[in-house]
Design a protein around this ligand. Structure first.
Ligand SMILES: [Zn+2]
Length: 71
């Protein structure tokens, strides 16, 4: 669920989790975990309805939940 602060200040990009799904760069919001997509205007929420595409790949670690990238 989107938090109020995200509506006001925008989502907090998780730069350690950005990946390319073959069509666009993707990540999630560190605050509310909304799926985000990088459009030509910048990051915005991913919309499965209009953005859904078979060519897109899931995050490579989506199923494994392996180690987090060392800071
Ligand atoms: Zn957010």
């Amino acid at each position: 669920m989107m938090q109020a602060i995200c509506r006001i200040a925008g989502h907090r990009i998780d730069r350690g989790r950005v990946w390319h799904d073959r069509l666009d760069f993707r990540t999630t919001c560190r605050r509310c975990h909304t799926e985000l997509l990088r459009s030509s205007e910048g990051w915005r929420a991913f919309d499965p309805g209009s953005d859904g595409n078979e060519a897109r790949c899931e995050h490579p670690r989506a199923t494994t939940r392996a180690t987090t990238r060392a800071a």
